[in-house]
Design a protein around this ligand. Structure first.
Ligand SMILES: [Cu+2]
Length: 266
């Protein structure tokens, strides 16, 4: 009788484990395909890291979710009672394999996710401090183009101190050159976000916070405010153009010139 019970439970377990393995393989493959189709292409190394993190975390989560779902589904299907149950099932009094595997697999997954996250943060580099000057993990300096970003209700303005200090409402950046944003606000708290670059930092009145990225794709993107900052918050977005180094130099020239021309002409 005990042997038959044991055989039956082995049989159930084997069936569930095989079903779980098959579901996990299909689930991971499908979720990676869906993520790759849904995630928009990255325009900076930071965004590429974030996209990869989303794919990896999803791939790790799918087998865990399917483990629970397979056991629950199989139990509901195989061990359901007809009508109301008359008594509880037999009590389970310990299972050494489960006691060892459950915490160790959970701990291994948590440690993996933690290490992955910390490593990702080292690559983001700076948190609120200038490039190469500490922050939590430091970061690397590669002669960044400094852009001062100022938030105000309800527009961003950009100043290029190393290019003559002109101010614009369109952010133009040269491709493949590190850019450092010095972000502040004139009125309330805003949040500066360029999704395509994976860059986001608060704009706080009276403070300057730093973040940096390196645009790697030519094209037009959007910088927008992602901190509810008043009536027209939803409209607080500016165009971001990533151009070649030569186009950037030409644009800088054109920014300096019109002010003078207008002054002369009027
Ligand atoms: Cu805002």
């Amino acid at each position: 009788m005990v042997k038959a019970e044991s055989f039956r439970s082995q049989h159930h377990l084997r069936f569930v484990m095989v079903a779980w393995a098959v579901a996990s393989v299909i689930g991971v493959a499908l979720s990676v395909m869906i993520m790759k189709a849904v995630l928009r292409p990255a325009a900076s190394p930071q965004m590429a890291d974030q996209n990869l993190t989303i794919v990896v975390f999803t791939a790790v989560a799918v087998p865990v979710a399917f483990f629970v779902l397979t056991f629950v589904g199989y139990s509901v299907w195989r061990f359901r009672t007809k009508g109301m149950p008359t008594e509880d099932g037999p009590p389970i009094r310990g299972n050494r394999l489960a006691f060892v595997l459950w915490p160790s697999v959970s701990a291994a997954l948590c440690v993996f996710l933690l290490v992955w996250g910390l490593y990702g943060m080292t690559k983001v580099g700076t948190f609120g401090t200038p490039v190469g000057q500490g922050g939590m993990f430091g970061g690397t300096r590669s002669d960044p183009l400094v852009v001062e970003v100022t938030g105000q209700q309800w527009l961003w303005t950009f100043t290029y101190p190393s290019e003559g200090g002109f101010e614009t409402t369109k952010l133009v950046l040269p491709v493949d050159r590190q850019v450092e944003f010095k972000v502040t606000s004139l009125d309330v708290v805003h949040s500066f976000w360029i999704r395509a670059f994976g860059v986001k930092i608060d704009a706080v009145p009276g403070q300057v916070l730093y973040t940096n990225t390196t645009p790697t794709q030519l094209g037009t993107f959007t910088a927008r405010c992602v901190e509810l900052c008043g009536l027209y918050h939803a409209y607080m977005q500016n165009q971001v153009d990533v151009v070649t180094a030569a186009s950037f130099a030409a644009w800088v020239q054109s920014q300096a010139a019109p002010v003078h021309a207008t002054a002369v002409g009027t």
